[in-house]
Design a protein around this ligand. Structure first.
Ligand SMILES: [Zn+2]
Length: 237
């Protein structure tokens, strides 16, 4: 997305409407990186779907521009991405990939690394050097917008009763609309132990260990917490 954005600057200039509108998308992805990661966790076609929508909108805009000689007849509304971006953070984003694209998608994909490259191609791995460099530098377009995240930490041994159940969405169940008032406190990272991935800068990184490392009391506390969350989700519908 960033490369596409830079290409637009190169082709049309910094003040072009196309460049500025795509800027809002890039900003949004950076600001809500965690949400984007979550959407991709539950739908591996998520990034392909977003890119496909943006591509179709941009193509339609360019086609519209080349077919008219009067600027007042150009439809700029196709470049309004606000509703789409809001639906992504709301969790209501739904899109269908064009059939040829969907057929081209890989059948099985590995979970993305938190803080890793945002890419619909799961086989693409950023070389370590480049990754380190990227974590260190700031985005020239958005110097204050860079969210620091540590290295990905994947839980290969999720305790089955805690792990996400078939069809269960981590954000919908464990984060969004969860009423924490009467919930027991837990110092265990649920990102790691329920969703199965977190990062080294997590405030609860010390709990990113095998579940058997916890004593019985701590383990029971997590089980209680997890089942209370699921009870709440059931009640919410
Ligand atoms: Zn964590």
């Amino acid at each position: 997305m960033k490369k596409f954005h830079l290409l637009l600057r190169f082709l049309f200039g910094e003040n072009s409407i196309l460049y500025l509108r795509i800027q809002t998308v890039v900003d949004h992805i950076q600001r809500f990186e965690a949400e984007y990661d979550d959407r991709f966790q539950s739908n591996h076609e998520f990034f392909a779907e977003i890119l496909s929508i943006i591509d179709r909108r941009v193509q339609s805009f360019l086609e519209n521009c080349s077919n008219t000689s009067d600027v007042s007849r150009v439809d700029f509304t196709v470049l309004g991405f606000d509703t789409i971006l809001r639906s992504i953070t709301d969790g209501t984003f739904v899109a269908t990939l064009p059939a040829p694209l969907r057929q081209a998608m890989p059948r099985t994909v590995t979970p993305p690394l938190i803080g890793g490259p945002i890419s619909p191609d799961p086989k693409h791995k950023t070389p370590l050097k480049e990754k380190q460099k990227r974590q260190g530098d700031t985005d020239p377009l958005n110097p204050s917008n860079k969210k620091q995240r540590g290295d990905a930490q994947i839980n290969e041994n999720i305790f089955p009763p805690w792990g996400l159940q078939t069809g269960e969405d981590y954000v919908a169940c464990f984060i969004k609309d969860l009423d924490r008032t009467n919930m027991p406190k837990t110092d265990v990272c649920l990102n790691f132990h329920v969703r199965g991935s977190c990062h080294s800068l997590c405030p609860r990184a010390s709990s990113h260990v095998h579940h058997n490392t916890f004593d019985a009391t701590r383990k029971a506390a997590v089980s209680t917490y997890v089942s209370k969350v699921r009870e709440q989700k059931l009640a919410r519908g």
